[in-house]
Design a protein around this ligand. Structure first.
Ligand code: ARG
Length: 470
């Protein structure tokens, strides 16, 4: 015999049922543990709906007042943590409605007129996701501000720029940090766009077909801060692309966070020794006293897995569902909450790490000079000064690098006569471009790494971000 719950007559649909659900049915069916955090949105949606029902004369003003007062009381109970959640009542919508019945009596039963849980959950979840997009944008702005401040501080700090993780050309640390500001600014835009696209209200779509009651969907849309009601009732209750889009933006952001986290892990390792992460964002080892582990960076890198998985999770839930609502969609919230929670944590931890980070300018400079990173500068000088075709200049420079390598010297320590043995027209002037500082200072092209560019860009971002914040 299957275990049954004693929840014999579900008060929401008990009419048609003669027995309660199996215990395991209650377990698989209930979402209250997850969706209780939608309570604010649920109460806001119900208040807007009841007020509209009264305005158009579907319920009396007296009933509306009792509903509004009851919902306010429930909000207080939830806020203070006094609300008793019941698994038998399945989800946040039925938990709140059942409590409203206890408080307000018969009028509570009128709240669900011209509404279904399908449009109710759709509106609640849109409201929540809309808020999450705002939060993500704010956290991104905070991170960008922190990065831009550091970029300004380290505008002329020279470090090796890499391709294939091989020393390529010197860059400034500020320029490197501002590269992430660009990425994060596009991420913030993606959340802003997702918000704008989802900003239509599903409320009043009812179960799937709309309703025969003369409701005013524009009024509830406006009351809840939506631009307008969704135009198609089937779409309104079936679509979760707003959550997919938000999680996509989150997954891309997480990818950027993870790449930066990976760089922090590398830079903080003694082999690079470029940066020092603060104690506040590092851990020690219980056995190896010398260690300072970049755990926060590693966890930000790993959270990307969780966030990308959340997107994947929701794609897989949604992809085979016929219109309109299917209970599969109840799983949308666990995925979205998990992904967005991990993102908030990752953004906050990254802002903390970057804010505290200190660069070892000397170590960065030393590394920048290793690996013949100014070879391109030599080639450019040959082109510019001797009017040599770049391909030939590349060849001459290759020979100079090979010679320097044989002697175990950096390029700028080859003697002029050594250089002239390779190319007789080379003059003393060449030494001005062979240092890493000269190299970065010369990269003044639009978007280049020169310290002056970096200072300008950092200032541009800081004034933009501070204005957005005002
Ligand atoms: N808890 C459900 C969800 O999150 C609410 C909608 C239920 N609708 C239904 N027809 N069973 O999706």
């Amino acid at each position: 015999m299957t275990d049954k719950t004693d929840n014999k007559e579900n008060q929401m649909w008990g009419g048609r049922f003669s027995s309660g659900p199996a215990a395991i049915m209650e377990e698989i069916n209930a979402s209250i543990d997850i969706d209780q955090r939608l309570w604010r949105e649920d109460i806001a949606g119900s208040k807007a709906h009841a007020a509209m029902l009264a305005d158009v004369g579907i319920i009396s003003d007296d009933d509306n007042q009792k509903i509004q007062a009851g919902l306010d009381q429930i909000a207080g109970e939830l806020e203070r943590g006094e609300f008793q959640f019941s698994k038998a009542l399945e989800d946040i919508h039925m938990n709140i409605e059942a409590r409203l019945k206890e408080i307000a009596g018969e009028p509570a039963g009128r709240l669900h007129t011209a509404r279904s849980r399908n449009d109710q959950v759709a509106v609640d979840f849109r409201l929540w996701t809309r808020g999450a997009c705002n939060d993500a944008q704010q956290a991104l702005n905070e991170l960008m501000r922190t990065l831009a401040e550091k970029a300004k501080l380290y505008a002329d700090t020279v470090m090796p720029g890499f391709t294939h993780l091989q020393t390529a050309q010197p860059v400034t640390f500020g320029h490197h940090l501002l590269a992430y500001v660009e990425m994060f600014s596009r991420d913030a835009k993606r959340f802003q766009n997702a918000y704008a696209r989802m900003n239509e209200s599903p409320l009043g779509a009812a179960a799937l077909a709309g309703t025969s009651f003369p409701i005013d969907r524009h009024a509830t849309a406006t009351a809840l801060g939506f631009e307008k009601p969704c135009a198609n009732s089937l779409d309104a209750v079936s679509s979760r692309d707003f959550a997919l889009e938000t999680l996509s933006a989150a997954a891309i952001t997480a990818t950027h966070l993870s790449r930066l986290a990976e760089e922090l892990v590398l830079w903080a390792s003694p082999h690079f020794g470029f940066v020092r992460l603060s104690d506040a964002f590092s851990t020690g080892s219980s056995i190896m006293p010398q260690k300072r582990n970049p755990d926060a960076a590693e966890l930000v890198r790993a959270k990307a897995g969780r966030i990308i998985a959340s997107l994947n999770n929701l794609f897989i839930v949604m992809k085979g569902l016929p219109l309109a609502y299917s209970k599969d969609m109840q799983e949308d919230k666990a995925a979205t909450f998990e992904g967005m929670d991990a993102l908030s944590l990752g953004l906050a931890a990254m802002a903390g790490m970057i804010g505290d980070l200190e660069a070892d300018k000397e170590a960065m400079k030393q590394a920048a000079g290793r690996g013949y990173s100014t070879a391109t500068d030599l080639a450019d000088w040959l082109v510019r000064t001797l009017n040599m075709p770049f391909r030939d200049a590349h060849h001459v420079t290759g020979a100079a690098v090979a010679h320097a390598e044989k002697l175990g010297l950096p390029l700028d320590q080859l003697t002029l006569s050594d250089l002239q043995k390779i190319e007789p027209k080379i003059t003393q002037d060449v030494y001005a471009v062979l240092s890493v500082e000269a190299s970065v200072a010369s990269r003044t092209s639009h978007g280049g790494t020169a310290p002056d560019n970096v200072r300008q860009e950092a200032d541009k971002w800081l004034s933009l971000l501070n204005r957005d914040n005002a």
